[in-house]
Design a protein around this ligand. Structure first.
Ligand code: P6P
Length: 335
């Protein structure tokens, strides 16, 4: 029987990869693991308790807020506050960032961005949902309060990023810039155990993920690429939960597309706490992530906390092919 490697052991063992690591990043990743276990417990009961169903509020994105969104948001903040390993958080559920006061006077050098429960509209129909997180080194002085600049950093500045997928099993996948590893929760021991070592995305796949219902609203160049996917007999797999779609693509290959539409001219998905962390993971696994203007997502300079971005992300050869289509047909359409 293979020896079990828990998330905690793995993180601590990898800490030596960071010559100046003081254990803070290790502590942060472990805190996120604890929050994931707590959220997982409630997500798995969602159909049984009255915390599902739409709360009577909407988040900054104007989406109806499920109570489980709020629960997940609260638990993540609590776990990050108690550890004292981060000086601020930014969440999809909160309009502004939240400074976290030092614990026992200890200054922290990290900030955390997260979408506490992405795809939460799927909860009531028992479809998988996910938590997305990213960790930055603060830019503001360590002896003061964090500021907005700490959160509006390019994705290339991410120190760590990952996601938790609450699906048929619960898996935590993360990177610190040295490859991607996945840990599946073993409920019998309450530990995330290494299950997907050094994940590498296939160079190409036979599946594409896009909301086909918006096809007629996409630009002609994106419609031509989607037609190409269909002509290649690729399978359309779209769950409506970005973490689920990205996880499948990470393991099986494929491409995820959220282009601009009339309703979302800048795209629907958020740059800071959805696309940047997931793009970091995909790139670390050998994939690519481009925005609608074919710019590398991680190179984009965020201007606002809840800024939206269009995205094509997945297997490198498929993203390259999409790029060729866009370049070829956008010339035609602009003539
Ligand atoms: P649409 C969920 O609401 C989400 O933010 C992502 O998880 C998902 O990929 C996307 O929106 C689905 O959006 O417009 O296709 O329903």
């Amino acid at each position: 029987m293979n020896r079990i490697t828990t998330l905690d052991e793995f993180i601590i063992r990898r800490q030596k990869d960071f010559p100046y690591a003081s254990g803070e990043l290790t502590g942060l990743l472990r805190d996120i693991g604890v929050a994931a276990k707590i959220v997982n417990r409630e997500v798995n009961k969602a159909g049984l308790v009255s915390i599902i169903g739409v709360a009577d509020s909407q988040n900054v994105s104007g989406d109806e807020v499920q109570k489980l969104d709020l629960y997940a948001n609260e638990k993540l903040i609590e776990c990050l506050q108690n550890s004292g390993e981060c000086c601020g958080i930014a969440s999809e559920e909160n309009e502004d960032f939240t400074p976290i006061p030092p614990v026992s006077g200890k200054a922290s050098k990290y900030v955390v961005v997260f979408d506490p429960l992405d795809g939460s509209s799927n909860i009531d129909v028992n479809v998988s949902v996910g938590t997305i997180f990213g960790i930055y080194r603060r830019k503001s002085p360590e002896d003061g309060t964090c500021n907005l600049e700490d959160f509006l950093q390019k994705g290339t500045e991410l120190v760590a990023a990952g996601y938790v997928l609450y699906g048929t099993s619960t898996i935590l996948v993360y990177t610190t810039g040295r490859g991607v590893n996945g840990f599946t929760l073993d409920p019998s021991i309450g530990e995330f155990c290494l299950s997907h070592r050094d994940i590498r995305i296939p160079a190409r796949g036979s599946q594409y993920a896009v909301n086909q219902g918006y096809y007629l609203k996409f630009d002609v160049e994106m419609r031509r690429y989607i037609d190409h996917c269909s002509e290649m007999n690729f399978s359309l797999r779209y769950i409506g939960s970005m973490v689920s779609d990205i996880h499948r693509i990470l393991l099986k290959g494929g491409i995820f597309l959220y282009p601009q539409t009339r309703k979302f001219p800048q795209g629907k998905l958020r740059l800071v706490y959805e696309c940047n962390p997931l793009s970091f993971v995909v790139e670390q696994a050998g994939g690519k992530a481009l925005s609608g203007n074919l710019q590398r997502v991680l190179d984009m300079q965020p201007e606002q906390l809840h800024q939206r971005v269009t995205i094509s992300v997945g297997s490198p050869e498929m993203v390259d092919e999409m790029k060729e289509f866009v370049e070829r047909y956008s010339v035609v359409s602009s003539d």
